[in-house]
Design a protein around this ligand. Sequence first.
Ligand SMILES: [Zn+2]
Length: 347
Amino acid sequence: MRHAFGLILASFVAAVAIAGVWYLTASPHASQAASQAAAQAAAAKPPEPPAPAGTKLAGRDDVEVTAALPAKPAAPPAPAAQPPACANPNALGVSRVVEVDTSGGPGFGFENFKQFDFLTDKEVVLTFDDGPWPANTPAVLKALDEECTKAVFFPIGKHATYHPEILKQVLAAGHTVGAHTWSHANLNGKKMTEQQAIDEVEKGFSAIKMALGADPAPFFRFPQLQHNPSTVAYLGTRNVAIFSCDVDSFDFRRDNNPEKEINTVMTKLDKLGKGIILMHDFQKHTAEALPALLQRLKAGGYKIVQMKAKTTLQTLPDYDAALTKELKLPPTLSGRPVSSVVQTVSK
Ligand SMILES: [Zn+2]
């Protein structure tokens, strides 16, 4: 009898103990208490002070890059270019900003693509190819800046690796930066294979990204406007918009000079009434002609439309890695924006 009573007592004690442990650890009460404690701890933590303008990006980048242990570190977001307000009250300016959804690879410029007639009368898009190049690209940037206006740039990948600091200035000034192949090869040439053409496209974009320290716009222009049909189809699968033009300045011709260039552009433009103008920031004469050309556009009642992309282009990791290896760059530093490495802390 005593034995049986002892067993019952032991069972009762064990049951109470099990119930107690369950209550403290697994019951809804316990999880509620834990979440309340977490909420209180979070509430007790003072909120982070808002970062001053311009420092948030750098701070986040720094943390991200130094902790970049994953095989594929996330690309830093494009710097939010905030150029100062226009100092020139009579500037040409920007009358309209358009955002392009590049899904499927739409084509622009009526010399080759007539599907998307988005410009209205007297509207103009300025585009510059083949940079970045010392002296000429900075002169083009200065002329655009003095008129507080914006353009689309199609740099050559190789040139971007020679002068990344100049290409960074283009992006920092608020312009749109696409790509124009790695080596300016004719993608429609007889000896060009389909794969070689793809390599030219992808390596070009990877080089631009590396120079910018940010993803480029999914905007592409074929060298010499030589549209290889298979590459056009490929760009469609990559959701990259293709830019031809409406007005070719022919500024690359040997007999070009600033006066001739201005007349070529204005004569064609006056005839068409609007359009995408193709110029080269690589060309000295364009750099020299641009201040007067912008004045002529303004005097003629033309308005500048800035084209931006809805999304940026994700470069292909294999091409990024191959380029890093080819250029003998430390992989941990490639693509890192200047602002994430060097910060002004006092002035
Ligand atoms: Zn070109």
